[in-house]
Design a protein around this ligand. Structure first.
Ligand code: SF4
Length: 218
């Protein structure tokens, strides 16, 4: 285990013990999220729902299945990406149904934990799933106006805006657009990885040139 993995593990344990806001009282499990490799893609939703709360895992149930299928389409799995929510405990209505987190809940939990997770994961690209996750980073923007776009946060994170899988399940006519978004996400990541690889080769080349220069001088 490396240093980042150790720190993520420690942070996850801290999140699991968190009772800093009223949402801790109604939860079955905290849902800290799952981590893929450092510098990869990080998908971010709003908050756990009924099934996530029961299992302590993000994006399970029908939405999770759709997300898994979309990942599969571009050659990825849950193990190759990070999947987080802004809010880590399930917000419920007075009669126990899922509800959207309030702006305050979003800001309170997100600033307390999500930024710490992102600082360690250092994602190349964040994909916000749905309008609420987008609002955490850009309170004044809506998905309708920014969907399919790449934005940059003031902290320097690159964000691809797309829909929440639950929204696609209710609006099946958008499935094709959703598939297109995932292809674009894949292209962005590949282009970035290639640039880094090329940079690595260039650096190695220049190291080699330096070395042969040194050999020559000696
Ligand atoms: S929602 Fe966030 S801040 Fe509130 S108790 Fe859960 S982990 Fe802590």
């Amino acid at each position: 285990m490396n240093d980042v993995e150790d720190k993520l593990l420690e942070l996850t344990e801290e999140i699991k013990r968190c009772t800093a806001c009223h949402l801790s009282r109604g939860r079955t499990n905290v849902v800290p999220g799952i981590y893929g490799p450092k510098n990869g893609i990080c998908f971010i939703g709003e908050a756990p729902g009924f099934f996530e709360d029961k299992q302590g895992l993000p994006f399970v149930g029908r939405s999770g299945k759709l997300l898994d299928n979309m990942l599969k389409e571009i050659g990825l799995t849950r193990r190759s990406v990070s999947i987080l929510n802004v809010v880590k405990c399930r917000p419920t209505t007075s009669d126990g149904k899922n509800r959207t987190p309030t702006e305050h809940e979003l800001k309170f939990c997100g600033e307390r934990w999500l930024f710490k997770q992102l600082e360690l994961i250092k994602p190349k690209l964040i994909v916000t799933l749905g309008g609420i996750a987008l609002k955490f980073f850009f309170p004044k923007l809506s998905v309708t106006k920014t969907v399919g776009k790449v934005l940059k946060t003031k902290e320097g994170y690159k964000i691809f805006v797309t829909y929440h899988p639950a929204f696609i399940l209710r609006n099946y006519n958008l499935l094709e657009t959703y598939e297109k978004h995932f292809k674009e996400i894949n292209e962005i990541i590949r282009a970035k990885t290639n640039r880094i690889a090329t940079k690595g080769i260039e650096e190695k080349k220049s190291e080699k040139t330096q070395k042969s220069l040194m050999d020559f001088l000696i």
